[in-house]
Write a protein that binds this ligand. Structure first.
Ligand code: FES
Length: 157
């Protein structure tokens, strides 16, 4: 008999929603951190929307919860405090500016490197916030710092 759920398929367990805090608290602080099934995530509340992503930057593991949020090309991004990489809150894409070398007078354009930071799902139920880890099967660069040898879970003590 499986009274405590410990015999549940680990795959299923890993993608069940986890309570991370109260809506009223994140609305005040506009961000919070949490450990969801052994994975560190940051949750942002920005312009009345919630966004959750791996806490460590895909580039070199920088602490995204300490970054500033700015709009680039009309897209809200977290700017990593270490080397200023820009990551879209909604999709986890890495943005960069490119210049056409054949036309140096042209204005630099914002381009996407594709999804680099894993985005997780936030749900709100009766004032409680839950995060469900992404189960998108692609390999995301931020997985490197969220799993395996480079995973750093901060001790609560
Ligand atoms: Fe984030 Fe380098 S670690 S930009």
């Amino acid at each position: 008999m499986d009274l405590d759920g410990s015999e549940q398929d680990p795959e299923v367990q890993e993608h069940s929603p986890v309570y991370v805090g109260r809506e009223e608290d994140i609305k005040k602080s506009e961000r919070m951190t949490a450990v969801v099934h052994d994975r560190e995530v940051v949750i942002f509340y920005h312009k009345e929307e919630y966004h959750a992503m791996d806490i460590r930057c895909y580039h070199s593991g920088g602490p995204l919860h300490l970054g500033e949020i700015e709009d680039f090309d009309g897209r809200p991004c977290i700017v990593c405090p270490w080397h200023k990489y820009k990551i879209t809150l909604a999709t986890g894409e890495g943005l960069y500016q490119s210049i056409n070398p054949r036309d140096p007078s042209a204005k630099p354009k914002w381009c996407s490197k594709g999804v680099k930071q894993r985005i997780h799902k936030v749900t709100v139920d009766n004032g409680s916030i839950y995060v469900t880890l992404s189960n998108e099967p692609f390999k995301c660069d931020s997985d490197f710092y969220a799993t395996g040898d480079f995973k750093v879970i901060r001790s609560p003590f």
